[in-house]
Write a protein that binds this ligand. Sequence first.
Ligand code: G4P
Length: 534
Amino acid sequence: MDQNVKQQIERRRTFAIISHPDAGKTTLTEKLLLYGGAIRSAGSVKGKQSDRHAVSDWMELERQRGISVTSSVLQFEYEGYCINILDTPGHQDFSEDTYRTLMAADSAIMVIDAAKGIEPQTRKLFRVCARRGIPIFTFINKLDHAARDPFDLLDELETEFGISTYPMNWPVGSGATFRGVYDRETRELLTYDTYHGGAQRLESRRCPIADEAALDALIGAEARQALQEQTELLDGAGAEFDLEQVRLGRLSPVFFGSALHNFGVEQFLESFLKLTTPPLPRRTDSGAMVNPLDEGFSAFVFKIQANMNRAHRDRISFLRVCSGHFLRGREYLHVQSGRTMRLPQPQQMMAQEREILDEAFAGDIIGVFDPGVFAIGDTICEVGQPLRFSGIPTFAPEHFAVIEQIDSMKRKQFAKGMTEIAQEGAIQIFFYPNSGMEQVIVGVVGVLQYDVLKFRMKSEYGVEFRQRDLPHELIRRVQNPGFNASDFNLPSDVLWVRDVRGGDLLIFNGQWTVRWAEEKNEGLQLHEFHEDIE
Ligand code: G4P
């Protein structure tokens, strides 16, 4: 492989930032961009203040609700590294999008509110990372506010997640008594000052822990003593630092800080970049591994987003480059359709702008105009070297509704809209056997997706629909060949449906009915809905 390409790949770091809403993910992302020089002052990324999201009409919905629906990708340079941050939506109704985004990341930063500890969304996201063995770095945020005991927080992470933790630094106090963090590597205290206003990059004062007199002057003898005791405890009883375990996702390096006040952020970024991995290999569905340094280009689609720009009515597919070197203008193979094509207008998101790019490397995320054939999980690779990536999970919908078109003259638009939105992975569509497209059963993970569907169908496809919510909440795949529901003894409220590929499914209104159906029908083979994560 070309030395330059190899170097480019090895300096890439691609990661996602995850958190429960409000823990400070947006603030931390913004500060990382600030340190990377991608933005000049804080406050320019956040959706609420900027009109970044006004570029698309369906995102109007997101603005009205004040939530972040979509995730974006940001690239910037920092001290020789090329960083790709995958931002993820905070709202739980869009968690599927987050799960898929995690498939494109090589590691994850989990932001936790120091006063709250683990919250429901953190828990779910952690599980997805753990199942894929994604290394997790923890940033415990908001130390400038009263926080829970740091030992308690670590204990919670270890017992809930079954991983080891290694505090890279240690806080001295919190809220009004917050004095700074002790850096365990340099054995220095970084002092927290009220001048850490947050808008600019600021240096911290450093004081060696061995210099007791200087420490006493800075934080007082009592706090100094407590710190010494705690660090002895950490050195004596805590886990050893083991990079191998970090890379396997079994040991999480933990950092304490305050993103809002820029405190501990730079140390975090530097340490994180040293510890996290360059692009990792990906598995194909035949079980083979594709190495980032393999000669041929390969990538998979992990996200599709329509109409990001009102003026262009476009649909952009986001690809994670898994191996090799991508060149604009070159022909590649879309494996699922068997078509060779030039990827139209490959682009990169730079903070709030898009830029057409001529090349990209393994580890990068590129957006391409979608010619209408891409679906989530598809592979694009060198012509003549077909391979297929595995591992984009489909999550089981938990809410179901019958959606019917109102105006039968608009049958085509209805079918097109529903199919395209389903291809993006925002909704999943099912059909009654032997019925057409005019009545569709739509399954979603979060109910807010119905609002997005309604809004988008109207504004993008000019179609209105009637929605009848169903009480059902569980879906199972049927494995019996040539399945016919009438051959089985099923309760009348069980729905028999088919997916777009013709697979048979049953939808139940609760666990109890699933069990009943299994008990009464010996030959019935029901399987969990989701295609498992590798
Ligand atoms: P999210 O993306 O995880 O949802 O969280 P976000 O960064 O939007 O932060 C949620 C709230 O927490 C924001 O306040 C933000 O300013 C605040 N915050 C983030 N980091 C820190 C921190 O280190 N210390 C303190 N004290 N607060 C922090 P908000 O009032 O909801 O929004 P805003 O009016 O400040 O924009």
